[in-house]
Design a protein around this ligand. Structure first.
Ligand code: 5GP
Ligand code: MN
Length: 326
């Protein structure tokens, strides 16, 4: 494991950088990328950002979001340093980027997932951090780097997203102190950031939520809840996979539910799984059984089976884990 000092030296010594993050990037992934982008750019470096998936509309208020390029644009890019943020594993940046984005000198891996692999030449993995944005904030502080208002907004969006608006168990006193600092350093109102991210929903998302909640199932003892999203439901409501975000939290809120599962059918017929835990079951370990990962209370994986069989497989393991805690 490396420290911030190593990273400051590495950044000083090199001139060309590329940044990437996981597929289906969220507020933490994008906010962290843009914060680091601005920092390196201001140092006079050549910096590129390449993501497999586009920036969701709700993050298109973040300054410089349009600097984020698609994977194909990385075709002839060979930066001296490649920085991977919030990804858990190198596979999660997507096949094409993994294959073609090869740095000349070093891979830097900055992450806060408990299942994060140390795939970099430089690894800064802090599972106690609420978010990758929190780690980047501390990196800036450690180098007495001035955080400008745009960067403050990007980091705040990262913290806000990964803590579920400062309500999840990863919200520490330090997280809240950092958030307060960012509000002071920034030029934004927290309620406006909330509105941008959570209250610009397309009507289709609400219809999709309605259809999805009709699929709700509970285990006999009420400790496991699951929902299903099919491609035909997405088509019917003119929505995409991004719109499914947050659904699993709705069913985790049911009294007595220890594990919540959302199974979403992918275009290829396989399944994207989101898992949430009330705290007693380690869903990072559950996801890891299926080659996924994440945090103890929020994790995910892809299962190469249709949703109904994927759920069956998960229920077996989830039931066993619930028995073990009783
Ligand atoms: P979500 O359910 O919101 O998509 O993801 C919850 C958490 O699990 C996030 O921290 C995310 O990084 C992680 N996660 C989701 N899907 C996967 C996956 O397929 N592989 C890994 N390693 N982590 C995942
Ligand atoms: Mn994160």
């Amino acid at each position: 494991m490396n420290n911030f000092h190593d990273l400051h030296s590495l950044f000083k010594q090199h001139q060309t950088f590329a940044i990437s993050t996981h597929v289906n990037p969220d507020g933490d992934a994008i906010g962290s990328e843009l914060a680091l982008y601005t920092y390196l750019y201001k140092l006079g470096k050549t910096v590129k950002i390449y993501n497999t998936d586009p920036v969701p509309k709700k993050y298109q208020f973040l300054p410089n979001w349009e600097k984020i390029e698609n994977a194909q644009a990385a075709k002839d890019c060979s930066p001296e340093v490649l920085i991977i943020l919030d990804a858990s594993s190198l596979d999660r940046i997507g096949n094409y980027l993994k294959k073609c984005l090869i740095p000349i000198n070093a891979v830097v891996n900055i992450d806060h997932h408990i299942t994060a692999e140390a795939f970099g030449d430089y690894n800064i993995i802090v599972p106690t951090a609420s978010s990758t944005a929190e780690i980047i904030f501390k990196f800036f502080k450690s180098g007495q780097i001035l955080i400008d208002p745009n960067t403050a907004l990007c980091l705040y969006a990262g913290l806000m997203f990964d803590t579920g608006c400062f309500r999840f168990s990863n919200t520490t006193p330090e997280t809240l102190r950092i958030a307060a600092d960012l509000i002071e350093l920034g030029d934004f109102a927290p309620d406006e950031v909330y509105t941008e991210v959570y209250e610009q929903l397309r009507l289709g998302k609400i219809h999709l939520l309605g259809q999805t909640l009709r699929t709700l199932n509970l285990s006999g003892d009420g400790s496991i809840a699951w929902i299903l999203v099919t491609q035909s439901m997405l088509k019917d409501t003119e929505t995409t996979l991004d719109d499914v975000e947050g659904f699993v939290n709705q069913i985790q809120a049911i009294a007595g539910v220890e594990v919540a599962i959302c199974a979403c059918e992918l275009p290829d017929g396989n399944t994207k799984i989101s898992l949430r835990s009330e705290g007693k079951v380690d869903v990072a370990a559950l996801a890891a059984e299926f080659k996924g990962g994440g945090h103890e209370r929020a994790s995910g994986c892809r299962i190469n089976h249709p949703p109904t069989s994927a759920i069956k497989m998960l229920l077996e393991s989830a039931n066993q884990r619930i028995k073990n805690i009783r």
